[in-house]
Design a protein around this ligand. Structure first.
Ligand SMILES: [Zn+2]
Length: 261
């Protein structure tokens, strides 16, 4: 369940490298012009460990709840509401580049079912507190049928990347596949982007709404199966004052989101 500290050392170097390489991009986001603090990376690591423990079912729901609360209260405190004042609040960019919400949101948004959801107990099934956003991929090669290219996954809102998976393989039972978790301090909530073909961000990295974070794919235990059309699974969890996750439907935000080509 606990990832090696080697991986984190590597990540910290990677993040530092990205910040150096993209100074121009970062300059416009005044509060975010420096490399992520060790404190931020520590809370990201905490979050990753809890989530790994939950998905691999090696942590009890009770201890998962407590560890999640701790990680979230830490993140909230470290990231702070201040980072929200950069003028990014209320900006929603549709997470599939060049795709129109009304053609790509599954079942016109009726796929959202929050009843019975428990983030801390992966034995509980049946709920789907998320929206599935589909691409045209009849031959299931993870490329858009008309463009012959992957479709970029864009950050729906601004925030900081807190966890991710990049090593999913067809033999893995993990349902989210290559996923990304992003904490949005303005909404005080977490976005979860699942089934990506690849992930192009790292924990501790700030992203603005519309920035590329990955590509739509078919990773994940069920998403990989033939009966599943290629899609992005997008979930939003509002964080309560106690640091607990509460799913919310993103349909209205998605329908009105800006489409980026
Ligand atoms: Zn889904």
């Amino acid at each position: 369940m606990v990832r090696g500290s080697k991986m984190w050392e590597k990540l910290i170097k990677q993040v530092a490298g990205i910040v150096v390489l993209s100074t121009q991009v970062w300059q416009s986001a005044s509060a975010q012009s420096t490399a992520p603090s060790e404190k931020l990376l520590m809370h990201c690591q905490q979050f990753q460990q809890v989530y790994d423990g939950i998905s691999q079912q090696v942590i009890t729901p009770d201890s998962a709840t407590r560890a999640f609360q701790q990680a979230m209260l830490g993140l909230r405190e470290t990231v702070g509401k201040d980072s929200c004042q950069t003028g990014t609040a209320g900006t929603y960019v549709y997470p599939l580049r060049g795709q129109l919400p009304r053609y790509s949101i599954g079942s016109r948004g009726r796929g959202y079912r929050a009843t019975g959801f428990d983030l801390f107990d992966s034995d509980v099934r049946g709920s789907h507190p998320a929206q599935d956003l589909f691409i045209r991929d009849g031959d299931q090669d993870e490329l858009d049928d008309r463009l012959g290219q992957p479709i970029d996954v864009l950050a729906f809102t601004s925030g900081v990347v807190v966890a991710m998976e990049t090593g999913w393989g067809p033999n893995s039972k993990m349902r989210g596949g290559n996923y990304i978790w992003i904490y949005d301090p303005c909404l005080d909530g977490l976005f979860y982007y699942a089934h990506n073909k690849c992930v192009t961000v790292v924990p501790g990295q700030w992203v603005r709404a519309g920035e590329k974070i990955g590509e739509v794919g078919r990773t994940g235990y069920n998403a990989f199966k033939e009966r599943s059309p290629t899609h992005l699974h997008l979930m939003f969890l509002r964080i309560t004052p106690e640091g607990l996750p509460k799913p919310e439907n993103t349909y209205t935000w998605l329908s009105g989101a800006e489409v980026v080509h």
